[in-house]
Design a protein around this ligand. Structure first.
Ligand code: G3H
Length: 192
């Protein structure tokens, strides 16, 4: 059966204080995840080959750095662009842009950050990635929470209400396998 591997980047310096966007490097724990990842992937693959797709952001490249496979970086795999709120913490956003904060809460899928993107925008820009994914074998995607929510929702047929709240945990490889009955999900957490 066909399958695809996903992972978020390892914990970043911005994840530590729940800051949005930016182009931060990995935190010390994130680096430990990146170091442990090749061993896990090797175990999952056996003797199969792999191509790793990352975003163009530092934190995904750093996460994939130790994986001994062909790599391709896609701008379309970059994190949801928070526009004006890029670099702020959720607390900053709530304080400085209370209206936007409330609007996002009301309809998280459609809400578009000023100067940035909505989840719907991300779904649209992912179309070429998904088309290519459908044609390829043995792909691992190292990307970001919002982006992986969109890809996951596409394959599991999850709607726009649930999509922006899906839990895509850090330091966990997810394996989606297509069976006769639909899509099967397995999770492999690396304890740091
Ligand atoms: O940093 C951005 C997150 O990956 C997106 O999370 O859409 O729940 O704010 P959120």
């Amino acid at each position: 059966p066909r399958s695809v591997l996903f992972s978020r980047h390892g914990e970043s310096l911005y994840n530590l204080d729940q800051r949005l966007g930016g182009d931060p490097s990995l935190s010390p724990n994130g680096r430990k995840y990146a170091e442990a990842l090749p061993g896990l992937i090797e175990k999952l693959l056996g003797d199969q080959s792999l191509t790793v797709w990352t975003s163009t952001m530092r934190r995904t490249a750093e996460t994939a750095a130790g994986l001994p496979y062909k790599k391709l970086s896609w701008k379309a795999l970059d994190e949801l662009d928070a526009g004006l709120c890029d670099g702020l913490t959720y607390e900053d956003v709530e304080r400085e842009y209370p209206d936007e904060y409330a609007m996002r809460d009301e309809n998280k899928f459609e809400f578009r950050y000023r100067g940035g993107e909505s989840y719907r925008d991300v779904v649209l820009r992912l179309e070429p990635v998904i088309m290519e994914l459908e044609r390829q074998q043995n792909i691992m995607i190292v990307s970001h929470q919002a982006v992986l929510r969109c890809i996951y929702a596409y394959f599991l047929d999850i709607g726009p209400e649930e999509l922006p709240y899906l839990k895509i945990p850090l330091h966990t490889v997810m394996k989606l396998t297509w069976t006769a009955y639909g899509c099967d999900v397995q999770m492999y957490k690396i304890d740091i």
